[in-house]
Design a protein around this ligand. Structure first.
Ligand SMILES: Cc1cc2nc3c(=O)[nH]c(=O)nc-3n(C[C@H](O)[C@H](O)[C@H](O)COP(=O)(O)OP(=O)(O)OC[C@H]3O[C@@H](n4cnc5c(N)ncnc54)[C@H](O)[C@@H]3O)c2cc1C
Length: 507
């Protein structure tokens, strides 16, 4: 096979144009090709830049600066009948992809998920969004697919890892559009990701993975040597050889149980803030061309005494209530595949160092409760950004997409004085980068669940530092943030187990 780089085409081109361009570069006719990567070069007249793979005879004849030999790696693990049981706690991205890989390697896998399957979960989330009635076990954070199910399902990550292709391929095999495998800014959208996750679960069930939805792990079972031997739920005890914990950043009760069992856990830095909303047209207009894909996004970063940055930008999306506890308020963002709400939202977060709090969960929950106490309902805090900058409080310039309504609140009361100064400097900086950012935007919040306040420290074999056969993974263990990084973490853990007795890759 040949890998051909640097094939440049104008934005509006057809598949035939691409085929002709490949043939021109090769000076040879081809019957088919596979796109490996497509990125945008918007430095001058916007162009798409492709990398493709083709199969033709006498490959050596065609080699050049942009054309090299290529061997497709088979990233699936070696299959062996293994007599060991892996229990996976939590079925978010880390749980899903560790389960998938361990199944492929031949392990017996049992998944415990405290929330419900998607169809039931959708009803609970809809009820909350419409009527404000929250189910603490089935919500935006908890249930089949984990926290990323009611999201934009952006698949971007700054991590470079061969297993990214493996993950994207699994998404595509279970219903995602093929373009996620090569687009630079791929996103699936909440409507489509829900179907895909359901398909993956059905497939895993058909391959023998056992699922226990609606069943929360309440405790872990340890022997005298501090080795995990199983888990306890309200339905009974279950033995296992390995326990993979991917319970997410909202499972503070489970983390407390681990702490009581003596599992080594340390504090880590977090970030807090709010969401901003703007007319999507304001974001699009600042780009070189409205045709340019991903022109609808932004990533803003300000480095003062503390970092302030935009996070999880959802073009054409909506702000949602993302709490898992009653009488608290937590905001987050999601969008449908079409990204057509006309409103852009994104979190604006400031770093909070671990020295600034005693217990991170208590610190975050006090902010979430403060918001609920102020509004006496699930209505979120809201303020015009320009009013925040000028210490004023006026009617919102437009209504937020947050479905449960908002109350006017002065965010100057929310942050520490020193942090306020940095946030305002950052917003001025963002306004220079996106003119109108201050005058045309509103802020809605609080946003407190973008990061996890603890890390369950692991050794070089990905095992807990002081508890054998406990493998903490994903965001709730402090080892990921986002769908792809948590999925990759799940695969890392699965590979560590597979390596004990077999080969981690087929070739
Ligand atoms: C609204 C929203 C939008 C987001 N949008 C994006 C996005 O567009 N792109 C992106 O990359 N990231 C996004 N994220 C972040 C991303 O979803 C998370 O980083 C990721 O889901 C974390 O994966 P995880 O496997 O570590 O845990 P989670 O996805 O949090 O899953 C943990 C699971 O464990 C279960 N659980 C908890 N305790 C127990 C227990 N004791 N027993 C059994 N089960 C338990 C929970 O019910 C949950 O389903 C978003 C998050 C939210 C909330």
């Amino acid at each position: 096979m040949l890998l051909i780089n640097n094939i440049r085409l104008p934005i509006n081109h057809s598949e035939d144009d691409l085929k002709r361009k490949i043939e021109k570069k090769l000076h040879h006719k081809i019957t088919s090709f596979v796109i490996r990567k497509r990125s945008l070069d918007a430095r001058k007249e916007p162009l798409y830049v492709y990398t493709v793979v083709v199969e033709i005879p006498d490959e050596d004849k065609y080699l050049s600066k942009d054309i090299r030999k290529y061997d497709e790696e088979d990233l699936r693990p070696e299959y062996k009948q293994r007599n060991e049981t892996c229990i996976i706690a939590g079925y978010g991205p880390s749980g899903i992809f560790s389960a998938y890989r361990l199944m492929e390697a031949g392990y017996k896998v049992i998944v415990f998920e405290k929330g419900k399957r998607i169809k039931e979960r959708e009803k609970d989330v809809e009820k909350f969004f419409k009527e404000g009635i929250l189910d603490e076990n089935s919500n935006v954070q908890f249930g089949e697919g984990g926290a990323g199910t009611f999201s934009d399902a952006k698949l971007t990550t700054r991590i470079k890892d061969p297993y990214i292709d493996y993950i994207l391929d699994i998404f595509a095999r279970h219903g995602a559009k093929e373009n996620i495998k090569f687009e630079n800014h791929a996103h699936i959208g909440t409507d489509e990701v829900r179907v895909i996750i359901g398909n993956i679960t059905d497939y895993l069930i058909s391959k023998g993975v056992e699922f226990r939805f609606d069943e929360e792990i309440k405790d872990i079972l340890l022997d005298d040597d501090r080795k995990v031997t199983g888990v306890m739920t309200l339905k009974g005890n279950y033995n296992c050889d390995h326990l993979l914990m991917g319970v997410g950043h909202s499972a503070y009760r489970t983390i407390e149980v681990l702490r009581q069992r003596g599992v080594y856990i340390e504090k880590k830095d977090i970030a807090i803030g709010f969401r901003v909303e703007h007319p999507q047209s304001l974001i699009d207009e600042r780009q070189t061309s409205s045709l340019v894909e991903a022109a609808n996004e932004y990533f803003l970063r300000y480095k003062g005494e503390k970092g302030v940055y935009s996070f999880c930008m959802c073009p054409g999306g909506m702000i949602i209530p993302a709490m898992s506890d009653k009488e608290t308020i937590v905001t987050n963002g999601m969008s449908y595949a079409a990204r057509d709400s006309g409103i852009a939202n994104s979190a604006i977060l400031i770093q909070i160092f671990k020295e600034e709090f005693e217990n991170g969960y208590d610190f975050l929950h006090s902010l979430e409760r403060k918001a609920y106490d102020y509004s006496s309902s699930y209505k979120a805090f809201a303020q015009n950004i320009k009013d925040f900058m000028n210490d004023e409080l006026n009617e919102l310039i437009f209504e937020s997409t947050y479905p449960l309504g908002t109350v006017l609140y002065d965010f100057n009361q929310f942050f520490k004085k020193e942090d306020l100064k940095i946030i305002k400097e950052a917003l001025k900086d963002f306004n220079r980068k996106i003119p109108g950012f201050i005058d045309s935007g509103i802020m809605v919040g609080p946003e407190t669940r973008s990061s996890c306040p603890i890390r369950i420290k692991r050794n070089e074999n990905y095992e807990s530092l002081n508890t054998k056969e406990l493998y903490p993974m994903g965001e709730g263990a402090g080892y990921g943030g986002g769908i792809m990084s948590c999925a990759l973490d799940g695969i890392r853990i699965a590979n560590a187990l597979i390596l004990k007795y077999g080969k981690v890759q087929n070739n």
